[in-house]
Design a binder for this molecule. Structure first.
Ligand code: IPE
Ligand code: IPE
Ligand code: MG
Length: 249
C-alpha cells in the first residue's frame, strides 16, 4: 500500500490504539501468551515509526489497563517487564533517535513498582524536547479512573459546583495538553472500547481491524488512516453546515 494515496491535508492529528490480540497471536502459533506480548512490543515500535513517517503528531497506545492486574501474576509481571525493559530501555534510544517524545498516562499507584516509575520518568525526561510524534503509553490506565481522578482533583481544589464544567474537568485529565484522538483503532476484531480514553474519544472516528496486534505494521496504520479519511465528521452539525466549513473550532 502506498502512503501517496493518503490525503496529506486530512491526516489525523491524534491516533489512539488499543493494541489487542497478543494472546491469540501466540496461541495460534502454539506459543505461550508472553511470546505474544514480546512480539507486540515490536509491533508498537513499527507503529511509532510509521506515525513519525506519516507526520502524525500524537499516537496514544493502550499498553496495560487498570483491569489487566486481574490476569495471572506471571503474565502481569511479564507485561510490566516488556514495557519497562524492552520498550523503556532497549527501545528508548531508538525512539529518541526518531525524534519521538515518550509520555505516559495512567495511575501512578502502589501497584506500579518504583523501578518501573523511574524508567518511565527517565524515558520521558530523555525525550521531552523531541518534536516528531508524541507517543503516549497508557499504563495502569483506565478511562473511568481518569475521570474519577479529575473529579477528585476538582474536589481537592475546592472548585465550587457551579464552576465545574467540561473545561474544568478536561484541565484535570492526566494529559490536559493532549488533543482528543481523531482516530481510534482497535485491533484483533473486537468491537469494544475496554475503558480506554472514555472522555477523550467523544467524537473520535472508530476503526476496528481484524489484524492481531503482533502482526500490526505500517500498512495497517495507513489502512486505518485511509478509512478515517473517507469518514465525514460532523460534531453534531448537519452535513450541509459541514460543507460550509462551519466546524466548531
Ligand atoms: C493485548 O493482548 C495486550 C494487553 C491487554 C496487555 P491480549 O493479551 O489481550 O491478547 P488477547 O486479547 O488475549 O488475544
Ligand atoms: C484492552 O485489552 C487493554 C489493552 C490492550 C492494554 P483487553 O484484552 O484487556 O480488553 P478486553 O478484556 O478484551 O475487553
Ligand atoms: Mg485482549
Amino acid at each position: 500500500m502506498d502512503p501517496a494515496d493518503l490525503d496529506p491535508t486530512r491526516m489525523p492529528r491524534h491516533v489512539a490504539c488499543v493494541m489487542d490480540g497478543n494472546g491469540r497471536w501466540a496461541k495460534k502459533r502454539g506459543l505461550p501468551r508472553t511470546a505474544g506480548h514480546r512480539a507486540g512490543e515490536e509491533a508498537l515500535f513499527e507503529a511509532a515509526k510509521e506515525a513519525v513517517d506519516l507526520g502524525i503528531e500524537w499516537l496514544t497506545v493502550y499498553a496495560f489497563s487498570t483491569e489487566n492486574w486481574r490476569r495471572p501474576d506471571d503474565e502481569v509481571r511479564f507485561l510490566i517487564n516488556v514495557i519497562a525493559d524492552d520498550l523503556l530501555t532497549r527501545r528508548r534510544d531508538q525512539l529518541h533517535a526518531l525524534g519521538v517524545r515518550i509520555r505516559f498516562a495512567g495511575r501512578r499507584d502502589w501497584r506500579v513498582p518504583k523501578w518501573v516509575l523511574r524508567r518511565m520518568d527517565e524515558a520521558a525526561e530523555l525525550t521531552e524536547h523531541n518534536k516528531a510524534t508524541t507517543v503516549t503509553v497508557a499504563f495502569n490506565y483506565g478511562g473511568r479512573a481518569e475521570i474519577v481522578d479529575a473529579v477528585r482533583a476538582l474536589v481537592a481544589e475546592g472548585v465550587k459546583a457551579g464552576k465545574v464544567d467540561e473545561r474544568a474537568l478536561r484541565k484535570r485529565l492526566y494529559l490536559p495538553d493532549m488533543p482528543d484522538p481523531d482516530l481510534f483503532i482497535r485491533t484483533s476484531g473486537e468491537y469494544r472500547i475496554s475503558n480506554f480514553l472514555l472522555w477523550e474519544i467523544a467524537y473520535s472516528e472508530l476503526v476496528f481491524l481484524d489484524v492481531l496486534w503482533p502482526d500490526f505494521r505500517g500498512e495497517h496504520l495507513r489502512a486505518a488512516v485511509r478509512e478515517y479519511q473517507q469518514r465525514e465528521r460532523r460534531f453534531g452539525l448537519t452535513g450541509e453546515q459541514r460543507d460550509g466549513d462551519a466546524l466548531p473550532g
